[in-house]
Ligand binder design. Structure first.
Ligand SMILES: [Zn+2]
Length: 122
């Protein structure tokens, strides 16, 4: 299911995360100036994960703080390789990318000054 979301002033199509989620904090701290687009670029260019995030989406994410974008999984097992899994509230937040190994990169709209509320435009 896809929904229109307003991200970084752009209207983009993204499926919304449904159901329970888990996250394993990696302990990695982004610099204060980093954006969500930087996180996606880091994943794609430096870690070599081809996430298939569109240029338009990356442009939209350049207005969002890095802390707003997080990797979650649907089970403890899916995120266990990153650290100790904890339940995480991801319901209704847009999925920016999936990694093919059970990971979902979601944008926490509630941590995004640019977004117009959770599931905006639904
Ligand atoms: Zn944002």
């Amino acid at each position: 299911m896809s929904s229109q979301c307003r991200i970084g002033g752009e209207v983009v199509e993204a499926p919304l995360f449904k159901g329970r989620a888990f996250r394993a904090p990696t302990g990695y701290q982004h610099s204060k100036a980093a954006t969500a687009a930087d996180v996606v670029r880091h994943e794609q260019e430096e870690l070599g994960n081809d996430l298939g995030v569109s240029t338009r989406m990356v442009a939209a994410l350049s207005k969002c703080p890095a802390e707003a974008i997080v990797w979650v999984g649907r089970s403890r097992k899916a995120v266990g390789r990153y650290g100790k899994p904890e339940p995480y509230e991801a319901e209704g937040h847009p999925i920016i990318a999936v990694d093919g190994e059970g990971g979902y990169l979601v944008l926490r709209l509630d941590k995004c000054p640019c977004a117009e509320g959770k599931g905006a435009g639904r």
